[in-house]
Ligand binder design. Structure first.
Ligand SMILES: NC(=O)C1=CN([C@@H]2O[C@H](COP(=O)(O)OP(=O)(O)OC[C@H]3O[C@@H](n4cnc5c(N)ncnc54)[C@H](OP(=O)(O)O)[C@@H]3O)[C@@H](O)[C@H]2O)[C@@H](O)CC1
Ligand SMILES: Nc1ncnc2c1ncn2[C@@H]1O[C@H](COP(=O)(O)OP(=O)(O)O)[C@@H](O)[C@H]1O
Ligand SMILES: [K+]
Length: 497
């Protein structure tokens, strides 16, 4: 797991490293610039004209140092100081002095005529509020210059200028990058859309922040990488089907058997020992033939006692895919919530019904994972989708904290919160915007929870795994060709490896 920080969290780590650990600010800046130059050299030519646009803050200081190091190595690099000289920080002043001593060319006006590579050191994590003039016009001018011309490159220092490092939203306008080299730790704004797109390919560079700085100023956010597959529950030789969890999937309605199939099959694929699907009679034959490994129960034959038995049998309930929002289903759900004690993964129409029955939260808190997409989240919270997208992390954290549940806020950039921590997902792709994809996720999380994972871990590992499965599916079948069936194939493939 790797930390994902806000601008303020990063500033606290910066300050602690400089003031308490005694690593001078200029040393960090030199390492930042060096790491950026190393990345750039993999992708630029010696003949390229490079211009570093630098603001008054330390992001500008980094930019000046990048120009000086490239110039020193024989590259044709120059500086354009865009910030107000009265606002130059001490570090930036020093960097300019060094660059002038060394003889790095300096532009007095922005002239992009022969430039091929542009380094954006205008604003980093110090940007606050909407970008003011004259910087707004400057950013638009650079974006126009870049246009769609593939031979031109823009490299952002730390974060693309104009991007909120906390939310991934543009603060008025953003200087769009092809590459971003970010220092210390990944920033939230670079993972969350539209920031992820605006940042281009991102490199996270360790520039010497001691681990202690993060321990003293821990970040609330984190993400997972390939090596975190190690965290999945281990299987034992000396085990049986009861060892890996019994999942009761309450899903499907007439003409919606697929939702039950996807959730049930996915729970099996992540390793569940036993899966029972509770669904209307109309789905019985379909599911028995499509998913014979599952046990099927139907609502029409379920009375109070048999429901109580099913609920007592289950280690985890997955509820909601394709159930509809009828009054009879609302009554059934209420009895399920009141009659069960195990963890619940609540998805789709289960969430839509919950939005209409706030009083159910008292039956759910402390043991439930909610998996809303933006529309369902809007119904649950009363906030508009635009408000939610403005700060996804905050929205997930707030719902989780207020309702004492785990919130999986699904989107192109999914976030998961337990009310204290925030997981930022980096796996998955637009090929997953396909019917049934969310049902697969509900089954995956249910399967992990049934195998004994804690709720929060089941939720974020489930999201990580589901996105990785989508990436495997895209690699094999392409973004258009992949459907939820192929996402499950992807799951099988990555879990095998
Ligand atoms: N600490 C360290 O030693 C290290 C720091 N590092 C680097 O420092 C960066 C952070 O530097 P920072 O804190 O100086 O802020 P920075 O991003 O340059 O922005 C401040 C400037 O922007 C301006 N400005 C702000 N809002 C604005 C607006 N809306 N519209 C217009 N202008 C606006 C603001 O002007 P002001 O608002 O004060 O008038 C000020 O001039 C960080 O991202 C990383 O690159 C690394 O080298 C590692 C070591
Ligand atoms: N552009 C995208 N990039 C990454 N993941 C995506 C994208 N679009 C959708 N997804 C993922 O696919 C799933 C879709 O879930 P949902 O909207 O509930 O679908 P359905 O209701 O069809 O099952 C979510 O996990 C979401 O994060
Ligand atoms: K920048």
């Amino acid at each position: 797991m790797k930390a994902v920080v806000t601008g303020n969290e990063m500033k606290a780590i910066d300050t602690y490293t400089i003031q308490e650990m005694g690593i001078p600010s200029l040393v960090l800046m030199e390492r930042a610039a060096l790491s950026m130059v190393c990345r750039m050299k993999e992708r630029i030519d010696r003949a390229d004209r490079i211009l570093c646009i630098c603001g008054a803050g330390n992001n500008g200081g980094d930019g000046v140092a990048v120009a000086r190091i490239l110039f020193g190595q024989g590259y044709s690099a120059a500086i354009y100081m865009a910030g107000n000289p009265e606002k130059w920080t001490e570090e930036t002043k020093k960097q300019i002095q060094i660059a002038r001593n060394v003889g790095v060319p300096e532009y007095n006006e922005l002239d992009l005529t022969h430039i091929r590579v542009l380094v954006d050191g205008l604003f980093g994590i110090g940007l606050s509020k909407t970008v003011r003039e004259p910087y707004h016009t400057l950013i638009e001018k650079v974006n126009q210059w870049r246009g769609r011309r593939k031979e031109r490159q823009v490299w952002a220092v730390d974060v693309p200028s104009g991007l909120s490092s906390d939310t991934g939203q543009p603060l008025g306008c953003v200087l769009k990058a092809d590459y971003t080299v970010t220092f210390g730790y990944m920033k939230r704004g670079i993972i969350l859309y539209p920031g992820r797109e605006l940042a281009g390919k991102c490199f996270v560079e360790n520039i010497g922040f001691p681990g202690k700085s993060l321990q003293v100023h821990p970040s609330a956010g984190f993400t997972c990488h390939v090596q975190d597959f190690e965290q999945l529950p281990k299987r034992k030789n000396d085990s049986n089907k009861g060892t890996y969890g019994k999942i009761l999937v309450i899903a499907g309605s007439k003409n919606m058997s697929g939702a039950a199939y996807f959730a049930g099959r996915s729970a099996f694929v992540v390793g569940a020992g036993l899966v029972r699907i509770l669904t209307p009679e109309a789905n019985r034959v379909i599911l028995q033939s499509q998913l014979p490994q599952a046990m099927i129960s139907v609502w029409e034959e379920t009375d109070r006692d048999s429901l109580a038995n099913m609920l007592a049998w289950a280690d985890t309930l997955v509820i909601g895919p394709g159930i509809g929002t009828s009054e009879i289903m609302a009554q059934r759900l209420k009895s399920v919530f009141a009659g069960s004690q195990c963890p619940i993964v609540l998805d789709a129409d289960g969430l839509n019904l919950l939005a209409e029955h706030e009083e159910w939260y008292s039956l759910l808190n402390g043991r439930t994972i909610l998996t809303p997409h933006m529309g369902e989240m809007s119904r649950l919270t009363g906030c508009s989708i635009d408000e939610l997208k403005a700060d996804r992390g905050k929205a997930a954290l707030k719902l989780a904290r207020e309702r004492q549940i785990i919130c999986v806020l699904k989107d192109s950039s999914t976030v998961v919160s337990d009310g204290k921590h925030l997981y930022f997902n980096q796996t998955g792709n637009h090929g997953m915007a396909t019917g049934g994809s969310g049902d697969v996720l509900a089954g995956v999380i249910g399967g992990l929870s049934g195998a004994g994972e804690g709720l929060f871990k089941a939720a974020y590992m489930g999201v990580f795994l589901h996105g990785s499965a989508g990436d495997a599916a895209a690699a094999r079948f392409g973004f258009r060709g992949m459907t939820s069936v192929e996402i499950i194939e992807g799951l099988i493939e990555i879990l095998k490896n």
